[in-house]
Design a protein around this ligand. Sequence first.
Ligand code: C5P
Length: 335
Amino acid sequence: MRGGLRVAAPCKINLHLGVFDRRSDGYHPIESIFQLLEFGDVLWIDSLKKSSGIELCVEGPVSLNSSVPPEQNIAYKAVRLFQSASGDDSGWYICLEKRVPLGAGLGGGSSDAAAVLLALNQLTGYPLSRQQLENLAAKLGSDVPFFIKCGITETTDYSAANASTVNTGTTNAGTAYAGTAYVTGRGEQIELIDVLAPWCVVLVNPALHSSTPEAFAMLDTFRQKSGAYPKPLIGRDRLVRMLETHPASWTFYNDFLEVFMEIGRPEMQQSYSAILRDLKALGADFVNLSGSGSTCYGVFSAVESAKTAYKTLLNRWPFVELTFPLARRGNAVVQ
Ligand code: C5P
């Protein structure tokens, strides 16, 4: 049993992802629906009584490149950033149990960073406001503010009872908030959406690393060469109305999917089309790619079909996970 606080770092999928033309600062504006999921990494955070350094250990089924120094890990960078903003000079021990595949479009590293910011703020007596944490998060990466927004609610406790209602996949009582958000800007403008999510998700990753900057550059190249324009903004209200319908009628899309299918690496094209076909054949109501790849997912309104799909796909693909929309948490620290 490790000491310190156990902090959940749940992953996300993008139910919808529209990407617009690159801005002068190098980022692309997006319009997205982010969905927080139960599945994720776990961190243990403890203070180092006798030193002021940072000790980072990484465990779990997903291994990091051992040639990359710990200082380059986003969780480590989050500690440093928190300390420079808050004046904290304690030593910290962080043990990261890595479960979310890397370069997978699931926001694993971003969620680790947000979990560190939230936990350190709590452990040091809340020196930073929620807005300050979101600002720090945006410095660490475009997806990090979403995990801060979902990880803190200052006045409301979204209890485990709500989460378990969602987790059964049955229609819930109308009080659960499913960690869903309408996200714009480069990812830092986040509006939480109160919507029920009575469905589950099967994640499938073909063990291909997908680099975010490369994916955005590929999208630019594809549009320049093909003369394709970005699709028009859909708008929050229309996207939310669609979310409230059965997943089988969703017409959400991910702009990266078309790009990969047209000019992506052959192994990506083959894997994505095979996974999406498999998920549909196994009863998924909606299928898509998450983020800039490489994880594809199926949304299932029937839990039994999702379980069967999960078992079948485990024999075909290196990473398969059955998981559920996660209710927004009242507090980052779960134990
Ligand atoms: O913010 P993050 O560090 O995750 O972004 C990595 C890179 O991905 C950026 O430097 C940029 O090239 C690209 N990106 C983008 N538009 C976004 C988010 C990321 O072009 N909205």
